[in-house]
Design a protein around this ligand. Structure first.
Ligand SMILES: [Zn+2]
Length: 476
């Protein structure tokens, strides 16, 4: 007797879409076969999927839950939405796994920093999760050994900033010599480095210049966090990694044509460099800063320009960009719009829930991408690059039964009040051509036709290990 049979749908398999049924037992996919092939086995529950696309649960590899948000004029940060809030919205939108960050601060022992984060999330997240280890500031030599242990414990990726981002966030940036040492550890121990790459000299120069010229409005953000900065920083850190055999990079929130080109050139040389962009970087640009509450569209580095859109989109078609993430930082509109300056505007965005529907509409419907390529951008590729595959990101025998029914008859216009994130959405008024009708996490139906049945005991930490082929060459 099976637990569940998902029957009658068009299943997006690793080999491509096919009419198929999926058998689920013990939280895993235990069989995939032609329609009707598991009927004789029987199941506790049958999920009818006819007329729907059956896809692996989304993987959002870039979210910040419970994250300090600077409140202008005070030293007390607000906190972004907790995992409970973000994961619930994620499941509503068809995302079943998220990667957040475990932050190390100077003076701490890394295992203690990670343990603290693990404790905060245990029993506090509705979906599955993992953490990028975030290092910052000066890296003491003994930390490198601690980080090697963290990789072996399943925290396979390390987040590195090449910039402090804004003048008030001093301490984020890691010096290049230290980055070099960290890359040697990732290469030796089987990790991958997730990079926020901006040229700190150039960024801080532009802060000084614009403040001097009294042009501090956030609408000038793309002048500070510029395409030239992305050009210099991406090429510099990529060149560093290329001089460490086996060092793989995951370039976070690529925003500009210059970043795309840097990744593409490195991949053409055979380097294991991967690119992430964000859905708002693909669909909004610096002109959107001029709209009412234009901070809604911002996340650091910055929105760029039309020509950057074109390059980013072209790169999502088997090019330099493999992943569309959110950089989720869920907060009320009041918090998102509290800063008005280039140096105090709140970054991140609320977008984890509509991500799949928006990207489906923009890829499959508008740009005629295959269903498989769409699934790659929102699930499979992140799982592969960051070490969750094939447990996550695939509908395959042995994979977790993280299964989403995407309903192409559920077209709608996105409204904040119909979402489960916060009191606004940067996607307000956007038409999408499908919506998830059912989300299953490891065999348990957690959302069905808008009804949430998840439990905070459901979410599990998922240890990650990056496959050798991912680290050897551009394998995705
Ligand atoms: Zn981020």
């Amino acid at each position: 007797m099976l637990d569940t049979i998902v029957t009658g749908g068009l299943v997006v398999l690793p080999s491509g879409p096919a009419p198929a049924d999926i058998a689920v037992a013990g939280g895993k996919i235990v069989g995939i076969g032609a329609h009707g092939s598991f009927a004789a086995a029987g199941a506790v529950r049958t999920v009818a999927a006819s007329g729907q696309y059956v896809i692996p649960g989304g993987v959002d590899p870039h979210v910040h839950c419970g994250w300090p948000i600077t409140v202008p004029g005070t030293t007390n940060p607000a906190l972004s939405g907790p995992p409970e809030q973000v994961s619930r919205a994620a499941l509503y939108g068809g995302t079943t796994s998220v990667l957040d960050f475990a932050v190390w601060s100077p003076g701490e022992v890394l295992s203690a920093s990670i343990e603290k984060r693990m404790k905060e999330w245990a029993g506090a997240c509705f979906c599955d999760y993992g953490f990028h280890v975030m290092l910052q500031g000066k890296i003491p030599p003994e930390l490198l050994g601690q980080y090697a242990e963290a990789i072996q414990d399943g925290h396979a990726s390390v987040k590195i900033f090449t910039t402090d981002i804004t003048p008030s966030r001093k301490g984020r940036m890691i010096q290049f010599g230290d980055i070099w040492e960290i890359l040697k550890v990732t290469a030796r121990e089987g990790g991958i480095a997730a990079i926020h790459a901006e040229d700190n000299d150039l960024v801080m120069h532009m802060y000084e210049k614009l403040i001097r010229e009294d042009r501090t409005g956030f609408e000038n953000m793309a002048e500070v966090h510029s395409t030239l900065s992305e050009n210099l920083a991406f090429n510099r850190v990529i060149r560093l990694a290329e001089n460490v055999p086996g060092a793989a990079l995951y370039m976070m929130h690529t925003s500009a044509a210059t970043g795309v080109r840097a990744i593409a050139e490195a991949r053409a040389r055979g380097a294991p460099i991967y690119g992430e962009t964000l859905h708002q970087y693909l669909l909004y640009n610096a002109d959107d800063y001029q709209r009412p509450n234009g901070q809604m569209y911002h996340t650091y580095p910055s929105l760029k320009f039309q020509e950057d859109h074109a390059a980013l989109w072209a790169a999502t078609a088997h090019g330099a960009i493999q992943v569309v993430a959110t950089d989720e930082l869920c907060c009320p509109l009041k918090v998102k719009t509290q800063g008005r300056r280039i140096d105090d505007t709140t970054g991140g965005n609320s977008g984890v829930e509509p991500r799949l529907a928006v990207i489906y509409s923009e890829t499959v419907i508008k740009r005629k991408y295959s269903l498989q390529d769409f699934v790659g951008l929102v699930s499979t590729n992140a799982a592969k690059i960051l070490g969750l595959y094939p447990r996550k990101g695939a509908l395959a025998v042995g994979s977790d039964a993280d299964i989403v029914l995407l309903d192409p008859k559920a077209a709608r216009t996105i409204r904040a009040e119909a979402l489960h994130e916060t009191d606004y959405t940067p996607w307000e008024g956007r038409a999408v051509e499908a919506w998830p009708s059912l989300t299953m996490l490891r065999g348990k139906v957690v959302v069905e036709n808008g009804v949430f049945t998840g439990d905070l005991k459901d979410g599990q930490f998922v240890p990650r290990k990056v496959a050798d082929e991912i680290r050897a060459r551009p394998a995705v």
